[in-house]
Design a protein around this ligand. Structure first.
Ligand SMILES: [Zn+2]
Length: 255
């Protein structure tokens, strides 16, 4: 998410694209204007308890261990070695050795090989999915972390693109690879894939609404197509490519 958030801030489009930078940024910051898209977060009233956060963190650390194992094996098969990123949770906006982490986000810091995530944000996403889908929502957290580990995988293989959308597409694809792996190990339960899709879509970029200023509109559309995580449909399709096709569908190194 990091690249898109930075761009949104720099370009002054942060308000319009609030949902894009953090999925449901408005959830814990309901005072943020929703901007010209008129989008409002459906989960403003959702309460996240310490118990929810603990359950979400337990799921994440379990998934993180499995992710580390899977990518270590896959790198070894290439004759390479995967340096497992460190995993750090935070709440609200905090200053870290990798800069200021914004609230309601999860990101990979390549210079530190570290994944940071707002634990309340991730727990809220899981709870939101549980409410919408009528499932336990646990796969949402896994999908988010698998996406960030995907950034680490691509970075360590030197396969990062200068087009931010391509990096996000790759991370979503690699997240799908992990879902396939978990499925083969019998670790997926009913509703898990829908949950992962839900998480992806929640963090997808909204379709920009025209403002009536043609130059401005054209610029927004161009930037979103190049720099965001992609639309809901794009993200589902990227995730599915990895789920169906494995790592080779996401990165040259695995072909
Ligand atoms: Zn990302």
């Amino acid at each position: 998410m990091h690249t898109f958030a930075r761009w949104a801030r720099q370009s002054g489009l942060a308000l319009m694209l609030t949902l894009a930078t953090a999925g449901t940024a408005a959830a814990v910051q309901p005072s943020i204007p929703t901007g010209p898209t008129g989008a409002s977060s459906p989960d403003v009233a959702l309460t996240v308890t310490e118990q929810d956060v603990a359950a979400s963190n337990a799921k994440i650390s379990q998934a993180f261990g499995a992710l580390a194992q899977m990518w270590t094996e896959d790198f070894n098969a290439l004759g390479a070695s995967f340096t497992v990123p460190s995993l750090a949770r935070y709440r609200g906006a905090v200053r870290t050795s990798c800069g200021v982490m914004p609230a309601n986000n999860a990101l990979y810091c390549p210079t530190r090989n570290a994944i940071y995530f707002d634990e309340v944000f991730v727990a809220r996403q899981a709870k939101n999915a549980a409410r919408e889908l009528g499932t336990d929502g646990d796969m949402v957290a896994v999908g988010i972390i698998a996406h960030e580990v995907g950034h680490a995988v691509a970075a360590q293989l030197g396969e990062d693109s200068r087009v931010p959308y391509e990096n996000e597409a790759t991370a979503d694809c690699l997240s799908g690879v992990f879902a396939q792996y978990a499925g083969k190990k019998g670790q997926l339960e009913k509703g898990d894939l829908e949950e992962a899709f839900f998480g992806m879509a929640a963090a997808g970029d909204p379709t920009p609404q025209p403002t009536g200023n043609p130059r401005y509109d054209a610029r927004v559309i161009r930037m979103v197509s190049l720099m965001g995580h992609g639309t809901r449909e794009q993200r589902m399709s990227n995730f599915k490519a990895g789920y169906d096709g494995g790592a080779g569908a996401c990165l040259e190194s695995f072909r």
